[in-house]
Design a binder for this molecule. Structure first.
Ligand code: AGP
Length: 613
């Protein structure tokens, strides 16, 4: 997720661009850059300034060398292709330097386009998919930027929001979007665009959100919108009543709730580009030879906290699909014991930040034992990405809230794709079987949207049966167990209410002693081969006075007779339920914390990244 800003009008563009980037920095902060249209000896030129690191680095450079001009683009980056450095920072120009372009999204067919453009004599200086788009638009340019953008974006597959300028068209910005947001606004003698309204509200509250495959041409005199065929079109026009702070949260009261609701798009983005033209699974950033994977005889999944819970889910998927034994380990334990590893051991380390000290140490410990280390991380170029032999990136975008939500679900997706890739490499599954499972995963974003619509029910429970809970027990079996653990962690870390997750089969071995009249129990009871056992476990706690919230499969009427409250999720393959069942628990924890007036985004005693032991 990146931040884009554009301005064309009568004033100097630079102050507007920098201020806009400041409000959009929460969307990405790996690097930042601007492109300004100016003249040199009377000839129109495009000047670019861009720097890796925080926006402050760019601002310092611009203080030393301001860029004049009344038309320009700005970009703050969250890397998905190409590590964060000056070379990969946006804006990107074509070979001639006369066209500059910024981009938010993921281009699925950029490798193929890059090869085609190389064959046509274009050269590339960065590792990004964005530079390919800049060259593609330049390659199609015949004197009208809007026409070149329309023609070029018809060739592009994936999610994108782009904006471009060309030296031959002073005062003009052309923008286009598909599955990534772009809003435009006008004011007296100027037009603006931004990735979201946070970049516009300081100038105008009357905005127009472009719709998929629409192209906007901005000039100081106004904006025209067409479809990709050039026919007139109109986006969604509305008036913004948020302030800037609310706009950064897209109108949500907390980043955590915003990020819970971003999960459908984050999962969709994480699944983009996972198959080649023949439909075989590809993990282009996984620099692991399939032959090597064929000889893997043991997998360890190692992480901390919520990432560890994602690893627990992966254990079931890898064992079931790839047929390889898996051990899931807490990183702070793994690093201090003597695991028996070899060159046939695959150690999968999971970390949203890629900077967690224990997980980094575990990766290093594994490499010392000659194991192959794969990192699953959300941050391109993070320490873990550099430490590992190979990487699979989640594409959740920046996760601001300390409590991890969208990173968790995208980790499960990335790990499931890795499990299928292992299965494909080991011929444990046929390619079409892998494709079928991937197709089921690609249907998940729409199902997540359905589950999110039940937020009201969870808020009611937080204010009702769970309102005064001093302790909440979460129970599950099989893939329900990691979600029971994650639901407990979510609740305790943001509401400070004590909560524990247990294997439901363990209740009789001690934990059931905790149950008394009115004690809330959350049971993960979706359909599957352990469903009947869960019903029995629910009856056990009900018989002792517990109040039970069950997370069940739509259409499961049997559960109604046993649970006091039921939240339903759509029926999916048994191994995919965690991606849906965690959402009601995220929402329950969130609303209980809000009701208790907790600092939801920055809970006490916690940090977003634990870079020390
Ligand atoms: C999750 O809600 C917590 N914030 C915490 O457990 C987190 O998952 C853990 O610290 C690991 O962080 P990482 O994924 O960045 O390594």
């Amino acid at each position: 997720m990146c931040g884009i800003i554009g301005y064309t009008g009568g004033a100097w563009a630079l102050p507007v661009l920098v201020e806009g980037l400041r409000t959009l920095e929460y969307r990405g902060y790996d690097s930042a850059g601007v492109a300004l249209m100016d003249t040199d000896d009377g000839s129109p030129v495009v000047r670019v300034a861009k720097h890796s690191g925080k926006l402050a680095n760019l601002e310092e450079a611009l203080r030393e060398r301001p860029l004049p001009g009344s038309t320009g683009l700005g970009h703050t980056r969250w890397a998905t292709h190409g590590v964060p450095n000056d070379r990969n920072a946006h804006p990107h120009t074509d070979d001639s330097g006369r066209l500059a372009l910024v981009h938010n999204g993921i281009i699925e067919n950029y490798t193929q386009l890059r090869e085609e453009l190389s064959d046509r004599g274009h050269g590339f200086r960065s590792d990004t998919d964005t530079e390919v788009v800049a060259c593609l638009v330049a390659d199609r340019y015949r004197g009208e930027l809007a026409a070149a953008v329309r023609e070029a974006m018809c060739r592009v597959r994936g999610a994108f929001a782009i904006a471009a300028v060309h030296a031959d068209e002073p005062g003009t910005i052309v923008a286009c979007r598909r599955e990534a947001p772009l809003v435009i606004g006008c004011m007296d003698g100027a037009s603006l665009l931004a990735s979201d309204v946070a970049g516009l509200v300081a100038h105008t509250r009357d905005v127009e959100a472009l719709l998929d495959d629409q192209v906007a041409t901005l000039t100081p005199n106004g904006v025209t919108v067409t479809d990709l065929g050039g026919a007139p079109a109109q986006g969604h026009r509305y008036r913004v009543d948020w302030d800037v702070d609310a706009a950064e949260k897209q109108g949500y009261p907390h980043f955590m709730l915003k990020e819970i609701h971003e999960q459908p798009q984050a999962v969709r983005d994480t699944l983009i580009g996972r198959t080649d033209a023949d439909g075989r699974l590809v993990l282009d950033e996984l620099r692991c030879d399939p032959d090597e994977l064929r000889h893997v005889d043991k997998v360890y999944v190692v992480a901390c906290g919520t990432s560890y819970h994602a690893g627990l889910v992966a254990k079931y998927a890898i064992e079931h699909w790839a047929g390889v034994p898996v051990e899931a380990e807490i990183a702070s334990e793994f690093r201090y014991r003597d695991p028996i590893l070899s060159s046939h051991t695959l150690v999968v380390t999971i970390s949203q930040s890629g900077e967690t000290a224990d997980t980094l140490a575990a990766a290093s410990h594994a490499r010392d034992q000659q194991a192959r280390v794969v990192a699953v991380t959300n941050v391109v170029g993070s320490s873990l990405a550099r430490e590992a032999d190979a990487v699979v990136y989640t594409r959740a975008g920046p996760e601001i809230a300390v409590a991890s939500t969208k990173a968790f679900t995208t980790q499960i997706v990335a790990l499931d794709v890795l499990a299928l890739y292992l299965a494909q490499a080991r011929r444990a599954l046929f390619p079409d079987e892998c494709r079928d499972h991937l197709a089921r995963m690609e249907a998940l974003p729409a199902l997540l949207e359905q589950v999110l619509k039940q937020e009201g029910e969870l808020a009611e429970l937080a204010a009702g049966s769970f309102a005064d809970a001093g302790y909440v027990m979460f129970v599950g079996r099989h893939v329900g167990l990691p979600i029971a653990l994650e639901g407990a962690l979510k609740l305790k870390e943001i509401s400070y209410v004590h909560a524990e997750g247990f294997p439901a089969g363990e209740m009789k071995h001690g934990p059931i002693a905790l149950i008394d009249a009115g004690g809330p129990v959350v049971a993960l009871a979706t359909r599957g081969h352990v469903h009947g056992k869960l019903l029995s476990n629910i009856q056990e706690v009900k018989a002792r006075g517990a109040v039970v919230l069950a997370v069940a499969t739509e259409g499961d009427t049997a559960i109604d007779a046993h649970a006091d409250h039921v939240v339903y999720v759509p029926e999916v393959h048994e191994l995919l339920y965690p991606l849906l069942t965690v959402v009601p628990l995220q929402l329950l924890g969130y609303h209980m914390a809000v009701r208790l007036d907790r600092d939801v985004d920055q809970p006490r005693n916690l940090a977003k990244t634990v870079t020390v032991e």
